[in-house]
Ligand binder design. Structure first.
Ligand code: UTP
Length: 230
């Protein structure tokens, strides 16, 4: 069986509108896919995490304190998905990549949030992927693909069907330098590159698309080739 790790953004999981309906459908899809693929899902924090980070910052919180609050929110979001999965959820709420690897198995979906300060849940997904030797990481966000520049400010932005992980790495490190929010966590990108793990970037609200990405079928989003196969 293939092994896949999904990084799902908080903006996809809990945008604040019809969240329960979406999470229920997501859980149904993940449950059925888990019979064909060994699956872990790492949940992001979304706007609730950003609220705590901003408010904590205004109160003089240290970077580590703000990160710890973000981690707490990602873990609460993971609890929502675990509730929706019911018996299909793997037993436990992992707080490290190793713990997650330990509860993964066919027919069950392992679900977790963040681990430690200093990175985002994209990097956690890459750490779990490294731990289990995953076939691919699927990044489910609220953007449908990687673009050659920001599509919100550049109407002519070109959607990338396919790119190499080196090309993605150049983009995310440039954005990181410019303190811009990135399509994928730079550390996560480095881990995927070092380990030769492919990445697939898809719109997480499109469940058919997300399922295709998990199963390694063609997607409308962006396939990022780690060149593992030559
Ligand atoms: P996210 O993974 O949601 O961060 O974790 P993000 O990518 O900035 O947010 P989205 O994708 O737009 O929703 C939320 C915050 O929690 C902390 C970080 O501060 C992160 O920005 N965090 C999360 C950690 O410090 N360590 C972790 O392992 C995970």
């Amino acid at each position: 069986m293939e092994k896949v790790v999904v990084s799902i953004g908080g903006s996809v999981l809990v945008p604040g509108k019809d969240d329960a309906a979406y999470i229920k459908s997501l859980a149904g899809m993940l449950g059925s896919v888990s019979k064909k693929t060994v699956l872990a899902v790492v949940c992001g924090g979304g706007k609730v995490a950003r609220y705590y980070s901003k408010t904590g910052g205004e109160l003089g919180g240290t970077v580590d304190q703000l990160d710890e609050m973000g981690i707490a929110v990602t873990r609460i979001n993971a609890s929502l998905l675990r509730i929706a999965l019911g018996d299909t959820a793997a037993n436990g709420a992992p707080t490290t990549a190793g713990e997650c690897a330990g509860i993964m198995g066919p027919g069950k979906v392992a679900v977790m949030g963040g681990t430690a300060p200093g990175h985002t849940t994209d990097a956690v997904a890459a750490m779990v992927a490294r731990e289990i030797g995953a076939d691919r990481i699927v990044n489910a966000s609220n953007v449908d693909a990687v673009y050659d520049c920001d599509p919100r400010t550049n109407p002519g932005a070109r959607r990338m069907d396919r790119m190499t992980i080196k090309e993605l790495s150049d983009i995310v490190y440039d954005e990181h330098e410019a303190c811009k929010s990135s399509v994928f966590d730079p550390l996560g990108c480095t881990i995927a590159m070092e380990e030769g793990i492919d990445l697939v970037m898809v719109d997480g609200r499109d469940l058919a698309e997300l399922e295709n990405a998990i199963l390694g079928k063609p997607v409308k989003g962006t396939f990022i080739d780690s060149s593992r196969r030559g």
